[in-house]
Design a protein around this ligand. Structure first.
Ligand SMILES: *Cc1c(COP(=O)(O)O)cnc(C)c1O
Length: 413
């Protein structure tokens, strides 16, 4: 079980919803910091452990600065994400550049910034050399194909566009070495929103086995293995958060069984998690606009899938709290919608919720990762503001809401 609580008491939440125009995203700094520290602590046995926070999960410089202060790096997939990282003070090898279908100019920029370049394909060696040059440190993304079953969201590795195959792996490193690389790393990402810790442990086993193989077959000694992101969060109250301390202790056992006897100790282990770092500590705060009865009962919020796309895109569950109203026997069954002209613009379908009236405050939980970031402007919806609930209890705007001028800025009238 995971409890779905608010970051402040109900009266404070109501006053925040009255003080700031809704909808808005609210992030709980203290909880994010505590969570980041627990992650670092769980892997304290790994020398040089680092999580490179996936910028795409929450691309806001104020959040990235918190990541930096907690000792995290950043994981970037595009030039704007590289720039955001740098602006937040995350530089050099604290940036992991894990991209795919990458334009030459982004390879060049990542090289210039001294980021760790993590290549998605064997042909990208030539692209990198053409656009910049072979860096001293190079990483490759591994796709195990039929050797590994993927999880539900990311799918079967054989069908995935990402990474180099088992067969291509040794040739990749040998080619990079010939072109001047001196330090090597191996990456994979075979899970998304995974809650089963043993899946993560098996990923470590897979990477350790490839580390040993690279040593034996190619004389390549890896500096680190990158487990990627993909650790899930319990979106549903009946789900349980992954036990990271258990995962770490199981990985340590594998390290002692595989890496140490192979003479590969020390081998750094790193992650690129986004969702599990900020996801549970972000809230989308909304007001009820209309309550209607057609063939079903509808609650229309002032937020829409333009503010949080996951329910519409993946059918994802997000828990809802009607602030100040507790569940009771008189609860109704509602579809909770936004205002887009799209019938899948629903935050919940057939959800049992307290009876609502226009003006009620509804908080949508677990919106702290892949939430605001996935926002868009369809139906000419304006993207909302983001606020940080700071560790001292005060609230600071960290991104203003879009205006019509922002929306029209790229147009020629
Ligand atoms: C999306 C992504 C991540 C982060 O995934 P989370 O589910 O947020 O942990 C990390 N690495 C890569 C390559 C990704 O595409």
């Amino acid at each position: 079980m995971s409890t779905k609580s608010l970051p402040v008491d109900e009266a404070t939440m109501l006053s925040l919803a009255a003080a700031y125009p809704t909808p808005f995203h609210l992030y709980d700094e203290q909880a994010i910091r505590a969570n980041a520290r627990a992650f670092m602590q769980a892997f304290a046995w790994v020398p040089g452990f680092k999580n490179y926070f996936a910028v795409k999960a929450c691309p806001n410089p104020s959040i990235l600065k918190i990541m930096k202060e907690e000792g995290f790096g950043s994981d970037c997939s595009s030039l704007p994400e590289l720039v955001l990282s740098q602006q937040a003070g995350i530089v050099g090898e604290d940036i992991m550049f894990t991209s795919n279908d990458t334009p030459d100019e982004e390879f060049a920029a990542a090289y210039e910034m001294g980021a760790v370049v993590n290549l998605d394909d064997i042909t990208h060696i030539d692209s990198l050399v053409r656009s910049a040059k072979m860096p001293e440190l190079i990483s490759f993304r591994y796709n195990p194909g039929p050797d590994r079953t993927g999880n539900a969201i990311i799918g079967n590795p054989v069908e995935a566009k990402y990474g180099v195959t088992t067969e291509q792996l040794v040739p990749c490193y040998l080619k990079a070495k010939k072109l001047g690389a001196k330090r090597f790393a191996l990456h994979t990402m075979v899970a998304s929103n995974e809650l089963d810790g043993s899946y993560i442990v098996e990923t470590a086993r897979m990477l350790f086995a490839q580390a040993i193989r690279l040593k034996e077959e190619a004389g390549i000694r890896l500096e680190f293995v990158n487990m990627g992101g993909g650790i899930g969060i319990p979106y549903r109250p009946d789900q349980k958060a992954m036990d990271i301390a258990w995962v770490s202790s199981e990985i340590k056992k594998l390290y002692d069984q595989m890496i140490v006897p192979a003479g590969l100790d020390p081998l750094r282990i790193v992650f690129e998690c986004g969702r599990m770092v900020t996801g549970p500590y972000g809230y989308l705060v909304t007001h009820v606009r209309h309550v209607t009865s057609k063939y079903k009962n509808y609650v229309g919020l002032d937020a829409s899938m333009a503010n949080l796309m996951r329910p519409a895109l993946y059918g994802a569950y997000h828990h809802l709290t009607v602030v100040g109203k507790s569940p009771s026997d008189s609860d109704g069954v509602y579809d909770v919608t936004g205002s887009l002209c799209e019938n899948n613009d629903k935050f919940a379908i057939d959800r049992k919720l307290p009876e609502m009236v226009p003006g009620d405050v509804v908080v949508i939980h677990d919106a702290g990762a892949h939430g605001h970031a996935m926002g868009f402007n369809y139906n000419a919806k304006l993207r909302s503001a983001e606020y940080l609930l700071q560790s001292d209890g005060s609230v600071r705007m960290i991104r203003r809401a879009e205006t019509m001028d922002d929306l029209f800025a790229t147009l020629d009238f």
